[in-house]
Write a protein of this length. Structure first.
Ligand SMILES: *Cc1c(COP(=O)(O)O)cnc(C)c1O
Length: 497
């Protein structure tokens, strides 16, 4: 299997190269040249596989330049009970006769980013060797919260790598800050930036794009890489859990193998739902993919009209991981839906960067419409959905999952569709405890984070994840703040240490 760029026909690389470089040199994203197929008979057999076994099967279809042993190593290092607080890794929780919730948040940082970021470092370390690289890798991450922590947990103590995370000093939640400031591992560094997320992101991009810094790092024995969500190595592990969810529905007799399901995904950068699209194209029996957004509803409008227009107010919501106006992974969908028309994709992306806007051709719009549905809700609706789900099913969901549930409810009401549905659940409710408590508690809320956690435990009965409970007794290891144009000196310090 080779990988090509969404913006030209100049490159044809192995998966190791695509994973190592992250983004194609022409600015496009790497996509598989062909989407591999899985026969129905084989899908039937998935019901007897564990998550790790299934992961290896799916990954081997895409990472064909990795040996069997290499893939076994990657999977064994990621999807274990040492890392995930559930033997199932991604358990499916049945709500009622129609809908089940796929819990993707049992990993070390309590958000679905762990599903990919636990395995990406293993892919990357092997990619480095396979491509003949003799330097170590330095991963730089600018984060608004979830990605930074998940990347730190994924890369900590992984040999031949170092990771440095920059977060905006006032731009992350208290829990997120604590999660990062107490990070352990011998190869990690965490710095807060005196600025907002854009400042941190711009700072990191400036390092990646600076010839002099690249050479200096190289002299010290390092090559830069990135762990952000456009890396193919982050997308491919996400395909696995849609096959897994389907196989569990078959296993429990909810559906017969061959029946179609719908999938609802709370969406930001379009990575998670794109993975569901790949699963469908591979042969998983999926009817509709339902894209759920918060008030930053640029994708809802796009899927309904074919016009992508980011020229609108950025809303700060209680589902912050979906506060996004440019959904980078949509570029991959456009490539596939246009019949691999890289010229057209490039035109759209140029228009997006120059005018903040593009509209797709009618045949692309028709194709998208045949698969995707979309909807959105605001913060009040999100909280109302957390409350109604709690009251009706005695089940607590976080704000992001609630957006998906709300959009699913609207969809079924509007269409009368009774297809069995999987709702992707992307964060542990404890990670957004304040907003969740505002939805399900009548009393006044305490101030402190750990008091909020205790209260949520009392009301919901949900187990407090060990990684969050343990924060209380961990010491603050990182408390350096740097000026927003001083990131490189921090990186250099870290590399010479
Ligand atoms: C990152 C994230 C999302 C959005 O996922 P995309 O792949 O960017 O669409 C949704 N929910 C949570 C909790 C996240 O961390």
């Amino acid at each position: 299997m080779k990988y090509i760029s969404t913006r030209s026909d100049k490159y044809k690389v192995d998966s190791a190269e695509a994973i190592k470089t992250g983004i194609a040199p022409d600015g496009g994203l790497f996509v598989p040249e062909e989407i591999p197929q899985v026969a129905l008979g084989e899908i039937e057999g998935f019901a007897s596989l564990s998550y790790a076994e299934l992961a290896k099967k799916i990954l081997s279809l895409y990472l064909t330049d990795y040996t069997d042993e290499e893939l076994s190593d990657c999977v064994a290092g990621a999807y274990t009970s040492a890392k995930f607080e559930s033997d199932e890794i991604a358990p499916l929780h049945k709500l009622d006769g129609k809908a089940s919730v796929l819990e993707l948040w049992h990993g070390p940082t309590c958000a679905f980013k762990d599903m990919a970021l636990q395995i990406l470092p293993h892919f990357l370390v092997k990619a480095i060797k396979k491509t003949g690289e003799d330097r170590d890798v330095i991963i730089l991450v600018a984060t608004s919260g979830d990605t930074g922590k998940a990347a730190l947990e994924g890369f900590k103590d992984v040999k031949n790598t170092k990771i440095q995370v920059f977060y905006p000093v006032c731009g992350v939640s208290k829990i997120q800050k604590l999660q990062m400031a107490t990070q352990d591992g011998s190869n990690v560094s965490v710095i807060s930036v005196d600025g907002n997320f854009d400042d941190a992101q711009t700072g990191v991009k400036k390092i990646f794009g600076n010839e002099e810094y690249i050479n200096e790092a190289s002299d010290l024995g390092y090559v830069f890489s990135s762990a952000n969500s456009i890396n193919w190595g982050r997308l491919v592990p996400q395909i696995v859990y849609y096959f897994y969810a389907y196989s569990r529905l078959v296993k429990t007799g909810e559906i017969k193998c061959g029946d179609k399901i719908n999938i609802v995904v709370p969406t930001g950068n379009f990575g998670n739902i794109l993975a569901a699209y790949y699963a469908k194209e591979m042969g998983l029996c999926v009817d509709k993919l339902i894209c759920a957004s918060n008030q930053n509803n640029v994708l809802t409008d796009f899927i309904k009209t074919g016009v992508y227009d980011k020229n609108r107010k950025f809303e700060t919501t209680i589902s912050p991981s979906m506060d996004i106006l440019i959904s980078s992974n949509l570029e991959r969908l456009l490539f596939h839906m246009s019949g691999k028309n890289f010229r057209l994709v490039k035109e759209y992306m140029t228009s997006l960067s120059e005018n903040g806007k593009y509209s797709v051709d009618k045949d692309i719009f028709d194709k998208i419409s045949s698969v995707f549905r979309a909807g959105y809700c605001d913060d009040e609706e999100t909280k109302a959905t957390i409350k109604s789900t709690f009251e009706k099913y005695n089940y607590t969901i976080d704000t992001h999952t609630a957006v998906a549930k709300n959009v699913y409810d609207k969809y079924t009401k509007e269409t009368g569709d009774t297809t069995k549905t999987v709702i992707a659940s992307t964060a542990n409710p404890y990670k957004f405890n304040k907003a969740v408590l505002e939805a399900i508690s009548d009393g006044e809320l305490p101030e402190g984070e750990f008091e909020l956690i205790d209260l949520l435990h009392q009301i919901s009965g949900l187990d407090v994840p060990k990684s969050l409970a343990g924060l209380k007794s961990k010491f603050i290891r990182f408390n350096t703040t740097c000026a927003k144009d001083n990131l490189w000196s921090e990186t250099k310090k870290f590399l010479t240490k």
